[in-house]
Design a protein around this ligand. Sequence first.
Ligand code: ADP
Length: 398
Amino acid sequence: MKILVINAGSSSLKYQLIDMANEHVIAKGNCERIGVDGLITHKAGDVSLQYEVPFPTHKEAFMEVVKALTSGEGKVIDDVKEITAVGHRILHGSEIYKVSTLVDEKVISTIEELSELGPLHNPPQAAAMRACRSVFGEDTPMVAVFDTSFHQTMPPKAYMYGLPYEYYEKYSIRKYGFHGTSHRYVSGHYLEMRGIPAEGTRIVVCHLGNGSSITAVKDGKCYDTTMGFTPLDGLLMGTRSGAVDPSVVTYIMNKEGKTPDEMSDLMNKKSGLLGVSGLSSDARDVVSAAKEGNARAQLTNDMLRYQIKKYIGSYAAAMGGLDAVLFTGGIGENSWELRDEVCAEMEFLGLKLDPNECDRNTGDDHKISAADSKVEVWVIPTNEELMIAKDTVEIISR
Ligand code: ADP
């Protein structure tokens, strides 16, 4: 069974065609610069192609994906009919979608209606669904997998803000959390791999990439998470500030005469690793500048590591203990220095790294905690696409 996974962003459309018999990725690629000009990168086995095509909207990008899969050097199928179903990553499902859902017209229009909560992602994701339907027709099922779904199990005490209650009622203002598919995959994969029943487990998943979030997973379900109403909350990220005192926002706006959009731009695109270091949003650049003695790069590293440590500790307290810490995402999977510093002096929690294992960056699942550590620490590469494909198979098989 072949499943196509579509992940549309504000100006991009990533895809993977997965053979579910062996979970092998048959082809994958990315359409970039949608709405600007257009560039597609397509990989199929040893073939790797990159060429320019105009992408005025996500529809033209999706059409090019179909063309790349069915013709030319990177062709992997004769006809789109070979694709059993399509799984779509959707940013925001609000409180409506607590689990992945079979798509019909009502679901697409609801995703569009939720655009106020996910203005950059929900509209292109709905557009990609419509483009997909126009090519595949009604006979090929589509499934929507939401970034917010996994976090829908949070208790109200974790997701409510201390604002007048009417804002929750009027505008649905609450913590939603994001990266849910990654947190679900990594925590679920860990429990499955270790053969541990979910009941009674207390896990912290650190998804650290360009965007970063940490989730407390209790009994296999999300209990709390660092991202909030939007992905801006929580940790310092590539260009996002993470949590700040909300008064700072109005203070800067008043001082510099900034509009709400300008302030949002500052906090989403000019802050984080980039804003503090003044150098780059890429963690590798910041790490190497710090090694060369750049003080602000060192400060940036210190801030990120301190924040991660603080969230792990607070979630251990919230869950009444800790059984495992799992690292994933570009930084979590690759930066052993960060993992080392985050996990330093955590023996009071029963967490101790294995000095021989902690600096391994193998690209696969591996345990980095010491044999006598009460808390297991693992590096688990995330695989959101596979999770989306598995959900798709599960839902269409019902
Ligand atoms: P996204 O959130 O866009 O999916 P990724 O999960 O790919 O991003 O993570 C990208 C981040 O991972 C970048 O900041 C990059 O510098 C960082 N990264 C990748 N490899 C390393 C490494 N060896 N050491 C430190 N950071 C790394």
